[in-house]
Design a protein around this ligand. Structure first.
Ligand SMILES: [Zn+2]
Length: 299
């Protein structure tokens, strides 16, 4: 980071401290302390892409988070939103895409430290051992996780979630058959690959333009218990527990500290509005049968 940016960040951090403290106090008095869900992508020391974070930075961030927040599971985030009450600052950790390098240090460390985490994977990349298009476009070829690694993570207690079938931008998809492939088939194939129910979904790219009401409706219809966007913003007790807002985990700890401590720029993020009753899609009858067959064989 250039020096001028670092200085500006420091000025903002210290100048906005009283405002952040005051907002936090007000929310704490209302028992509505927001919950943050963070998303990471790839943890490795080669800095191959902008979405790669060094191992040491990741562990330092986790240690800072653990000292200042409760690190809770996705299920717990939803439970607190549903209850309408949260008295303690809390964070949930997620990963998107499914990079093999995460299994070198980051994931084993989270498992060892018993930090809950949801790991979203683009199913086709995992099953076919296919590098991600967004990396290839930048001229780098980075290995995705193997199905064995995903199974081992699930066995170690990591919540595995789906991140579409082909890492598609669902904001651009209007064809029902494609949506079905990206949400329903992705979930079924991932469930079969790891032998466990897939409860959560995250939208690739995750900005307002990359979401759709149809995709929300189909996600609920086919059995996901929650979906994640990535356009920033907090989750307040009383908010819709089906749609979780996420914040990007950036390398600069000061920026992360700003975002996670009632940052005035983040407190009124506009929520994506969906109406799933109007956007329900007729599901093929085979889907219901597949779901029954899965539950008959799953542990
Ligand atoms: Zn992604």
């Amino acid at each position: 980071m250039p020096l001028w940016k670092w200085l500006l960040l420091n000025v903002y951090y210290h100048a906005s401290k009283p405002a952040r403290w005051w907002i936090h106090r007000k929310l704490a008095a209302q028992r509505r302390i927001p919950i943050a869900v963070l998303y990471y992508h790839r943890i490795a020391d080669d800095r191959a892409t902008d979405w790669t974070m060094p191992n040491r930075t990741f562990i330092d961030q986790m240690c800072w988070l653990r000292r200042n927040f409760e690190l809770i599971s996705m299920e717990d985030v939803q439970r607190r939103l549903r209850s309408g009450v949260n008295d303690r600052p809390a964070v949930h950790i997620t990963f998107d895409d499914g990079y093999a390098d995460n299994c070198q240090t980051a994931i084993p460390w989270l498992v060892k430290e018993r930090i809950p985490c949801t790991y979203f994977v683009a199913v086709q990349n995992i099953l076919e051992c296919r590098p991600f298009d967004h990396d290839l476009k930048c001229g780098v070829n980075l290995a995705p996780n193997s199905p064995e690694e995903i199974r081992a993570m699930a066995d170690a207690g990591i919540e595995i979630g789906a991140h579409t079938y082909s890492h598609a931008d669902l904001g651009k998809v209007t064809d029902t058959a494609v949506l079905h492939q990206e949400l329903v088939v992705a979930r079924q194939e991932l469930q079969l690959a790891i032998g466990r129910p897939i409860r959560y979904f995250s939208f690739p790219f995750g900005m307002h333009a990359n979401l759709s009401c149809q995709a929300f409706a189909l996600a609920a219809q086919c059995g996901y218990e929650g979906v994640c966007s990535a356009y920033g913003g907090y989750n307040y007790p009383g908010d819709d527990p089906f749609h979780l807002h996420r914040l990007p985990a950036v390398c600069e700890i000061l920026r992360l500290k700003n975002w996670l401590t009632a940052d005035p720029r983040k407190i009124h993020t506009r929520r994506f509005e969906y109406r799933w009753n109007e956007d329900r899609i007729e599901l093929p009858r085979d889907d219901a049968r597949n779901e029954e067959a899965f539950h008959a064989v799953s542990p």
